[in-house]
Ligand binder design. Structure first.
Ligand SMILES: [Zn+2]
Length: 556
């Protein structure tokens, strides 16, 4: 119970409200209303709410019209409830080629899929130049890390490793065993381009991977001959920035390219495990010529945003942001992926919390800060709606004091023995649904002790079993929902998540299997937490130092 004392002490010192300050109309959030909305939103008529389909249009219009009828203010663009943006998907065009001149004979050409293939974020164009090796190709100024250091790479092609230093180390400063944002491929390509590189080659980080590469299989999976049921997507605003050719090459090709440097590729890869960055190294005697051609196809998407205005003249410009994602995985022709838990549950929770706020407001009770409600698009395609907002917020980012994200809040976490080794459950322990019947995972807490204290304080009313177990886990759960982009731009953010289960991302994720009584308490908890954050005098602190200490406490 030590935390109770701490929390109350903090509450007294900072003048924030205590547990008795219950959010008004908290009990208007009911299992029955959640159930009615969820049966509608995750019904077959919504066709699984896949980006770019009529089903998601229908879902978006339902959410916007509900925001409107509840009395939220439009908080999208030009007085609307919408923030519109473009996703992009990719197809391979003709004329991709790769050739090496190493001075010994005529140029060696790699065949597409044999020793190279273009990455989907690649620019379309050509590049010629000498070759530099730049470790992991990562730059993270906050961590004091730069694989380019002061070494110029203008006019050169750079070769970089996939992933990141300390990839399996629990205490790695690159987010422990969670994949760090700085290791994202297109961000590495942008780093190279900013430094004047004319092209970038990615290679497997072989020193951290024991299983040998099957490059032609990887290549066929990356660019399959036929269309996928669901294509891979990115944001237009990201890929638009990248003009240089970006290709994946085989380890065999990499070994050839380093052969005149005096190092083996294995040695260079190992040497890249540094705490501040390798600094680019010249690979002599090599001239490369690349041609890449990837077509980009735009797909419109939109977030839905509504606001309840705060009434404190000093605090009302600040907002507490409550979020969920309304998209899911479509239909395979025969069956609909209803996505009731993922994330119909969070979306209908958003509507219920909004209703509690607008009803209280009609009774003359408003929060001090404003509360912004967001239904994100394209979460399943890579958190793209939330990234769009985090990088192009419609209120100043500094005015967003906290994010409370709800994604999958309607079930019990369950990892059966037979599924525990599958990719979907990687890193999670075997556990029964029953053992989690009162449990809710809280992620993102390691960036803000204040946020953790607030949710624990709020939970005194609900007695849920709060689990703080996944902020550094091989499942990568920490970066698997829409709070993640906000953590990356320095906003305190929590994810409320009841956990994965065997119906996750299957056609069995249906509204009949939701635990509505438990969900009611979780939604009331989120409402109460938001009310505290909207009314306390101090805003919660976001702290990379706290995150760093948390990672170090994870041990070697
Ligand atoms: Zn989800």
């Amino acid at each position: 119970m030590a935390w109770v004392k701490n929390t109350l002490l903090v509450a007294l010192m900072t003048g924030c409200i205590g547990p008795s300050d219950g959010a008004p109309l908290n009990s208007s959030i009911t299992a029955d209303e959640l159930s009615v909305d969820l049966h509608f939103l995750s019904g077959d008529a919504m066709e699984g709410r896949l980006v770019g389909t009529p089903g998601i249009e229908k879902a978006a219009e339902f959410i916007a019209s509900r925001f409107d009828s509840l009395g939220l203010e439009p908080a999208g663009e030009v007085g609307s409830f919408y923030q519109s943006f473009n996703l992009v998907r990719f197809s391979l065009a003709a004329n991709n080629s790769f050739s090496v001149q190493d001075g010994t004979s005529s140029p060696v050409s790699g065949e597409l899929g044999d020793h190279f293939y273009p990455l989907n974020f690649s620019g379309t164009g050509s590049a010629q130049g000498a070759l530099m090796f730049a470790g992991f190709g990562m730059v993270d100024s906050q961590l004091g890390y730069d694989d380019y250091a002061q070494v110029p790479v203008e006019g050169k092609v750079v070769m970089v490793l996939e992933r990141e230093p300390g990839v399996e180390e629990l205490s790695s400063k690159f987010d422990g065993v969670v994949t760090s944002n700085a290791s994202t491929g297109w961000r590495k390509a942008l780093n190279a381009q900013h430094r004047g590189a004319v092209g970038i080659l990615f290679v497997r980080d072989i020193h951290n991977r024991l299983v040998a590469e099957d490059f032609s299989l990887t290549s066929r999976n990356y660019w399959p001959g036929e269309e996928r049921r669901i294509e891979r997507f990115s944001l237009e605003k990201w890929t638009d920035q990248i003009h240089i050719p970006a290709v994946q090459i085989s380890v065999q090709m990499a070994e050839r390219l380093v052969s005149r440097s005096g190092f083996t590729f294995q040695e260079l890869a190992k040497a890249s495990e540094t705490s501040s960055g390798l600094g680019a190294i010249e690979l002599p005697g090599i001239a490369l010529s690349l041609n890449t051609a990837v077509d980009r196809h735009l797909v419109p998407a939109r977030n839905i945003l509504g606001l309840i205005r705060g009434n404190d003249p000093d605090l009302a410009t600040e907002v507490v942001l409550i979020t969920a994602h309304h998209d899911h995985n479509g239909s395979d022709g025969a069956d609909v992926f209803n996505g009731a838990d993922d994330d119909g549950s969070g979306t209908v929770a958003l509507l219920e919390i909004a209703e509690a706020y607008t009803s209280a407001s009609r009774d003359g009770v408003n929060p001090k800060r404003s509360v912004l409600f967001a239904a994100w698009d394209a979460e399943e395609r890579g958190l793209l709606g939330a990234w769009q907002y985090a990088e192009n917020p419609l209120v100043p980012l500094n005015d967003i004091v906290a994010v409370l994200n709800m994604d999958m809040i309607g079930r019990n976490e369950e990892v059966p023995l037979e599924d525990s080794l599958s990719g979907r459950f990687r890193g999670l322990s075997v556990q029964s649904s029953q053992s989690n019947s009162n449990a809710i995972n809280i992620l993102g807490h390691s960036y803000s002790v204040d946020m953790k204290n607030q949710v624990e304080l709020a939970n005194q009313n609900y007695g849920l079993d709060l689990k703080f177990r996944y902020d550094n886990n091989r499942s990568n759960l920490l970066r698997r929902s829409d709070h993640w982009p906000f953590l990356q731009v320095g906003v305190p953010a929590l994810w409320f998540h009841t956990g994965l289960h065997p119906d996750y991302h299957t056609t069995n994720d249906i509204p009949e299997l939701i635990e509505y009584e438990k969900m009611e308490r979780i939604v009331r908890l989120v409402h109460q937490t938001s009310w505290q954050l909207a009314n306390q005098s101090e805003r919660p602190v976001f702290s990379l130092a706290q995150r760093g200490e948390f990672l170090l406490s994870q041990g070697p």
